[in-house]
Design a protein. Structure first.
Length: 572
C-alpha cells in the first residue's frame, strides 16, 4: 500500500470497533426495537462481540422482541445502559403503549430471558443499568428474567441498577444443571422496580451466592399465592436494606448455614405466609435491624421475624425463637398491636419454641416468669459447681451416657388447651467426647403423647457451645388438650450417644402460661442453691455457703462448709 508522505496510515476496522469508541447500540447490529421483528440474533451479535473485547454499549428506546434465550458470555467486563425503568405497579406490560424505555420482550419458554455464562473461573463484572425486561404474562414466557447456571463456572460481580423486571416466574434465578460447582459471587440489585413476578430471587438445586446485596428496590406485589414467595436464597454476606416489599408472600427467606446477614430499613405491608423475615439455619452473625411492618394481619402472616435453628445474632424488635442460640430476648410490648408482639394464633406444631441461652454479658435468667403453674425440684446431689449467673456454690447432679442415653423426668403440673407449657433445663456437657451428638429433648403431654407433644433437637450445638459451658435450654409446646403431667426425656449427647459422655445438670423448671409472649428462660436461684440437709458429697470447699431449704429457726438460713470431712457443715 502506497500513502502520500506525511499522511496517516488508515487501517480498515469493523464498524463495531469504531462505534465502540463512541458508544455501540443494538441498532448497529440490526435490532429494530419495533416489538414485532425478532431481534434475537442482532442482540446476540453485539453481546458476543463485547464478550470478546469488553466495554460499554446500550439499548436505545424501543421494544426488543426475542424468541430464544440471550446467552451472555462474561469473559470481559461490560456495562450496558438502557433508557430508564418502568413505573411502580404498572400493570401487565402492553408493548403497544407508547414508551421511551428500552424493553427486552422475550416470547419463548426458555430457562431465562438472559442467561449468563463464562469461560473461566472468576469471569463476570457485568453491569446492567436502566434496562427493562417484561413478558406479556400470557403465552410462552421464560422462567426467569436473569439466570445463572452454576455448572458453567464460578462467575462473579453482577450489578443491576435502575432496571425493571415484570411478569416472570422469578426475576433472578441461580440454578445448576450439572457438575459440582454450586456457587456464584457478588450479586447486586439497586433502585430497581421488580413487580408482578411470582418470586424476586431464588437459589435452586443447592446453589448459593457468595455476596448478595438487595438495596433500595421497589419490589412489592410479587408472588402472593401459596407456592409463591419473595427472596428465597442461600447466601453468605447478605444485605437486604431500604426496600419496599409489600403485598407478597414470605418476602424474605434466607436458608442454609450462612454467615453475615443484615436486614434493615425495609417496608413491609399486608404480607402473608409464614414470616416477613425468615432466617433458617443461619450460622450468624446476623442483624435484623429496624424494619417497618404495616397492616400485617396475624390471621394472614404467622410471624414478623422467624428464626429457625439459628446461631448468634441480633433482632431489633420481636421474633419467634424456633431454635436460637445465645440471643437477647425479644423486645415485646403489651400484646395489643404493632411490631412488638408475638402471634398468639401460632402453635408449636408448626413453629416450635426453642432457645439456648448462655450467661455471658451479665445474663442471669432468674426473673420469675408470669405463669399459672410452676414446678421445680432439687437434684439428688452428686457434686459441686458454681452457679453461672452469680458464681456461688451450687449442688449438681451427674449423668453419664455409659448408664443411659437420656434422663426421664415426670412433672405433675396442670394446664388447659391453648396454654403453653415451658421447660428450662440447665446443663453442662463435660469435655472428653469427640464429635458428640446434639442435645435432644422430648416433651410428652400426660405421658402418652397427647396433643401438643413434640421433640426438639439443638442443631449444630457444638458449633456454638464449648465443652464445659453452661447452657440453659428452654423449650415450649402449646397444649392441644388438658394436661396433668408432662413427661420429659433429656438427652444431653443425643438419642444415640457415644458412651462416656458426662453431664452436670439441674432438674428442669416447668411452668404454664397463657401466651407465648410470657415465655422466658428461667433458672430458680433458690431451688438451685438450697439444700434440705447439708451435702455429704466430696467437692465442696471450706467456706462454701449454700441456702437452707428447710429453715426451722432464725440464724439457720444458710449452711457453711467447714474444713475436714465432706459432712462437716455449720449453720450460718
Amino acid at each position: 500500500m502506497i500513502k502520500p508522505a506525511g499522511a496517516p496510515f488508515i487501517q480498515t476496522r469493523s464498524a463495531l470497533e469504531k462505534l465502540r469508541e463512541t458508544g455501540s447500540s443494538v441498532r448497529d447490529t440490526g435490532a429494530t426495537g419495533d416489538g414485532q421483528t425478532d431481534d434475537t440474533n442482532a442482540i446476540q451479535e453485539i453481546i458476543d462481540y463485547f464478550a470478546r473485547v469488553g466495554g460499554e454499549w446500550y439499548f436505545p428506546p424501543g421494544v426488543f422482541k426475542t424468541t430464544t434465550p440471550l446467552v451472555w458470555n462474561c469473559t470481559k467486563t461490560q456495562r450496558v445502559r438502557g433508557r430508564g425503568k418502568r413505573a411502580v405497579y404498572p400493570g401487565r406490560y402492553d408493548p403497544a403503549q407508547p414508551s421511551a424505555l428500552a424493553v427486552i420482550l422475550p416470547i419463548h419458554g426458555g430457562r431465562a430471558a438472559i442467561q449468563f455464562i463464562g469461560s473461566r473461573v472468576g469471569d463476570g463484572s457485568i453491569e446492567l443499568r436502566d434496562i427493562a425486561l417484561a413478558t406479556l404474562e400470557i403465552g410462552p414466557c421464560p422462567v426467569a428474567a436473569l439466570g445463572w447456571d452454576s455448572a458453567e463456572q464460578f462467575l462473579r460481580d453482577f450489578a443491576f441498577i435502575n432496571c425493571s423486571i415484570h411478569g416472570f416466574t422469578s426475576a433472578f434465578d441461580l440454578f445448576k444443571t450439572r457438575g459440582s460447582n454450586t456457587q456464584m459471587g457478588m450479586f447486586k440489585a439497586q433502585r430497581c422496580t421488580i413487580n408482578r413476578n411470582r418470586w424476586i430471587a431464588r437459589t435452586l438445586d443447592a446453589t448459593q451466592w457468595n455476596g448478595f446485596s438487595f438495596r433500595d428496590n421497589e419490589a412489592g406485589q410479587n408472588g402472593y399465592l401459596p407456592g409463591d414467595g419473595g427472596i428465597a436464597i442461600t447466601a453468605h454476606n447478605v444485605t437486604i436494606a431500604g426496600n419496599c416489599l409489600e403485598g407478597q408472600r414470605d418476602p424474605i427467606r434466607l436458608f442454609g448455614s450462612m454467615n453475615g446477614v443484615s436486614v434493615f430499613d425495609n417496608y413491609f405491608e399486608m404480607n402473608v405466609g409464614s414470616a416477613a423475615i425468615h432466617l433458617q439455619n443461619t450460622r450468624g452473625p446476623f442483624d435484623i435491624g429496624a424494619n417497618s411492618f404495616i397492616d400485617c394481619d396475624p390471621a394472614q402472616l404467622d410471624n414478623l421475624t422467624l428464626l429457625s435453628n439459628c446461631g448468634h445474632g441480633r433482632v431489633l424488635g420481636s421474633y419467634w425463637a424456633n431454635g436460637v442460640t445465645k440471643m437477647a430476648l425479644p423486645v415485646l410490648g403489651n400484646g395489643v398491636a404493632g411490631d412488638n408482639v408475638l402471634n398468639t394464633r401460632t402453635d408449636s406444631k408448626t413453629y416450635g419454641m426453642l432457645r439456648m441461652d448462655g450467661f455471658d454479658n451479665g445474663n442471669v435468667y432468674t426473673r420469675a416468669p408470669r405463669c399459672s403453674a410452676l414446678a421445680r425440684r432439687r437434684v439428688t446431689i452428686a457434686g459441686r459447681d458454681l452457679a453461672p449467673w452469680n458464681g456461688q456454690p451450687m449442688p449438681v447432679a451427674y449423668h453419664s451416657t455409659a448408664d443411659s442415653a437420656g434422663l426421664p423426668i415426670d412433672v405433675a403440673i396442670s394446664g388447659v388447651a391453648g396454654n403453653w407449657v415451658v421447660m428450662s433445663w440447665l446443663f453442662n456437657r463435660e469435655p472428653g467426647i469427640v464429635k458428640p451428638g446434639d442435645p435432644y429433648v422430648s416433651l410428652s403431654v400426660n405421658g402418652n403423647g397427647a396433643s401438643g407433644s413434640r421433640d426438639y433437637a439443638a442443631h449444630d450445638f457444638d458449633e456454638y457451645w464449648h465443652p464445659g459451658e453452661w447452657c440453659l435450654l428452654t423449650a415450649a409446646i402449646k397444649l392441644g388438650t388438658a394436661m396433668t403431667q408432662l413427661s420429659i426425656n433429656l438427652y444431653p449427647f443425643g438419642i444415640n450417644p457415644t458412651q462416656g459422655g458426662r453431664t452436670r445438670y439441674l432438674n428442669p423448671v416447668v411452668y404454664v402460661t397463657d401466651t407465648p409472649a410470657a415465655i422466658i428462660p428461667y433458672v430458680d436461684d433458690y431451688t438451685a442453691r438450697s439444700v434440705l440437709t447439708p451435702p455429704k458429697t466430696e467437692g465442696f470447699q471450706p467456706g462454701d455457703i449454700v441456702m437452707n431449704g428447710a429453715v426451722a429457726a432464725a440464724g439457720q438460713a444458710h449452711y457453711v462448709k467447714l474444713a475436714g470431712s465432706a459432712d462437716r457443715w455449720a449453720y450460718a
